[in-house]
Design a protein around this ligand. Structure first.
Ligand code: NAD
Length: 251
């Protein structure tokens, strides 16, 4: 680790120690170290070859028009039931338990923050773990969708089952959005990590932060790097592991 990186991590660690209302806002990059590909990295989902572009397949109109193709892609590329939380998820859960962190706001749909022990998780884009019948609203677990051959249909009424995931063209849950805005505007520190900050309205959330400790942690550069009070380029699981190590060495 370069000297400059070490200084940045030491500052991050110090700020975390001094905070009691941290909000973390993250995206797909938080789960790549758990083996789940993101969308926009070089080895991300958008660079794979498919009959239709992924952005089109995971849109609401495509789901309605061509559910078979939707589910072929979705089951093949978006479900990772065996993935385990990495050091980023674990550090966030620990900071919440220690009373430093107030909430995790995530664009991810994989449920790994909860699996790591985080309690207040605002899922802006829903979760693959929840699925509902589009007609009678009966709930189904992930296994039901995975085990269905082709399109999963409701065992009560026969209608198609849809994941509780916000597809392109669909709007975000108003209540979750309002809570996210409130948490961010009251935060004493905002850590943004593993997101390309290009998917709106989620990416616009960081504008509600009013404090002086905006931290950006991302593998690649983002359009918002220059707005950050602290910007670290690196893998977020590794960065947080180093922060936790520094914490454990404190007297
Ligand atoms: P994105 O794919 O647009 O961007 C991911 C960003 O994370 C990139 O800038 C990349 O450089 C960075 N990154 C990758 N690995 C990293 C690491 N280990 N440490 C730090 N940074 C890393 O993803 P996004 O901004 O979250 O937005 C796209 C949409 O992708 C979201 O709506 C989300 O629902 C969906 N998505 C979710 C999952 C998941 O649930 N795990 C996976 C893929 C996509």
């Amino acid at each position: 680790m370069g000297e400059q990186q070490e200084t940045l991590i030491a500052r991050l660690s110090e700020w975390i120690q001094e905070s009691s209302k941290i909000v973390f806002f993250g995206g797909a990059g938080v789960s790549t170290e758990s083996g789940i590909p993101d969308f926009r990295s070089q080895d991300g989902l958008y660079h794979t070859k498919y009959r239709y572009p992924p952005e089109m397949i995971i849109s609401h109109s495509f789901f309605v028009r061509n559910p078979e193709e939707f589910y072929r892609f979705y089951k093949d590329r978006m479900l990772y039931p065996d993935a385990e939380p990495n050091d980023a998820h674990k550090a966030l859960a620990a900071w919440e338990a220690e009373g430093r962190l107030r909430s995790v706001i995530t664009q991810n749909i994989d449920g790994l923050h909860q699996k790591a022990g985080s309690r207040r998780v605002l899922e802006l884009h829903g979760s693959v773990l929840r699925n509902y019948c589009t007609r009678c609203k009966k709930a189904f677990p992930l296994e039901y969708v995975m085990q269905a051959e082709g399109i999963p249909c409701c065992d009560a009424c026969g209608a198609i089952v849809k994941p509780d995931v916000v597809l392109y063209e669909e709007s975000l849950d108003d209540r979750i959005l309002r809570e996210a805005v409130r948490d961010i505007s009251e935060a004493d520190m905002l850590i943004v990590g593993g997101t390309s900050l290009v998917v709106y309205p989620a990416a616009g959330l960081i504008d509600y932060y009013r404090g002086k400790r905006l931290v950006l942690i991302n593998k690649d550069e983002t359009a918002r790097d220059s707005a950050a009070d602290l910007c670290i380029h690196g893998k977020i699981g590794e960065v947080f592991r180093q922060v936790r190590e520094q914490e454990s060495r404190r007297p």
